[in-house]
Ligand binder design. Sequence first.
Ligand code: ATP
Ligand code: MG
Length: 599
Amino acid sequence: MSEAPHSPQSTGALVGRLVRESVRPYLSWLAAAVVCMVLMAAAQALSAWLMKPVVNEVFLERNQGLLWPVGGAVLMTFLVKGIANYGQATLMSMIGQRIITDTQIRLYEHLLRMDISYFHANATGKLISRFTTDINSMRSAVSNALTGFGKDLLSLVGLVIVMFITEWQLAIIAFVVFPIAILPIVRLGRRMRKVTDHTQVQTGEFMTLLEQTFQGIRHVKAYGMEGYEKGRVANIANGIYRLVFKAARVRAVSSPIMESLAGAAIAAVIVYGGLRVIEGVTTPGDFFAFITAALMAYEPVKRLANLNASLQEGLAGADRVFRVLDENPTIVDHEDAAELVIRGGAVMLSDVRFAYDDEGKEALEHVSIDVPAGKTVALVGPSGAGKSTILNLIPRFYDVNDGSVKIDGTDVRDVTLASLRAATALVSQEVTLFDDTVRANIAYGKHDATEDEITTAARNAAADEFIRELPEGYDTVVGEMGVRLSGGQRQRLAIARAMLKNAPILLLDEATSALDTESERKVQAALEELMKGRTTLVIAHRLSTVVNADLIYVIDQGRIAERGTHAELLAANGAYAKLYALQFAGNGENAAEPAPQPA
Ligand SMILES: Nc1ncnc2c1ncn2[C@@H]1O[C@H](COP(=O)(O)OP(=O)(O)OP(=O)(O)O)[C@@H](O)[C@H]1O
Ligand SMILES: [Mg+2]
């Protein structure tokens, strides 16, 4: 997962990859488009060549017999050209759009498989801009390249043939001018690619910033940061403006260059060609056919010359998309991964070491935790001790660096991710709700749940009552991240979701968020209901959870400081006793009756 300063892949390699991975499924459609392009190019060349009989036979010879056939032929060539153009344009845009859609789906699928750490390292806005701007420019690269090489190149070939048939000496002169015209444009294309590369990066940052400030709008306002955020947004927006404008200037400058060169070339052709006609070396018909072909060739040549710039722009987008596709998740199923078979659901961490990143300090050192099947183990400890980290290792959100995590004696790395995650239910510290109905949020993870199952889960989570009071009951849309619900309501929905999942292993990260006594009591009751008969690893912030746990582990600075029952640990008068005095003793009124503890 090296985010090393990337050297852009070569144009050839990128084009090759685009063709192989994106265009290949549409080769037969592409072939049809090419047929249209060939027809079109042929019709165009023919229409230029027809200038010869038009001038020589009709105008100079006044040959009445050829008047109608020549007129009809001109009409036919234009008709064929029009129809063929329609065919290639629709086919090409179909292929281009399909490539966008396919790539978006492929990219999304790929990202869903990526490790959680990948999403921590890459801001959301950046990832989203891969789907929008980058894929879009990739599409235009593909369709511009295909149209350019197909339509324009074929047209050019046809017209050049006419030019050589009619006036080969002049045609050779034209060929000397052409490369001179093309050279500066190729150079501009390279500059273009650099500029657009920067633009895309900035656009990604822009989206990230917008997203963060809209989501955190309450904090932006509460801390009076509107001016600051406006400054940041204006900064990036202005930066993007400068880059886009620079790109436009680079693009626009190629037009006057071409224009002046073309003017000079046409003037030269008229003077030289006119001389030859006057001297009688060639016929006026040949000359007019030549100049018609040359004028018709102007557009395709211009587009071909600009093709490089737009191709480079698109390739930069393709490069970024491919870069994402090339990163592979590390947390994947082993080749011979088996289904996890739960026989009670005992969880065991043995001598686990774990660090979030390679350089960083270890978040866990020598952690061993034993959760017997069906029992409840509580983790307590100061903030930042590593409690949530321990929970994250069980469903393999991260893999341990050393040691092992086992369920019923099987290493979690030896079973399929699907079966592992089906066996565990996580109620995390920060509740995640989707901007959907209450019903859909509860049934997340079990789409085929019946109405009855959903309401039962909600009732057991002490959520049914408040849900029914919502404006549209179970059909109420909760808003992004559940903004239309209170903190306690969100938690109870999360608990209902876990209840519905009915997994044998429960991972609870109790929220510290201040709930009023009433909803605290309800959430507590809901959790107790949920924990019945399951193996539970709970990060305890509530005294009742701690006291009722079968075993308590005290985590401090990534290590296990103490373990034992509530009574044992109090008697030991160590870290737990101190923590208890600080954190739990004061909120005794919320606690359930302390269960009698065996000494
Ligand atoms: N995604 C991450 N990337 C890097 N470091 C992280 C990440 N998540 C947590 N950490 C670090 O790992 C350590 C343990 O964090 P963890 O979330 O496990 O603490 P915690 O015990 O759950 O604390 P709290 O009670 O405040 O929730 C902390 O020092 C934290 O800074
Ligand atoms: Mg935590």
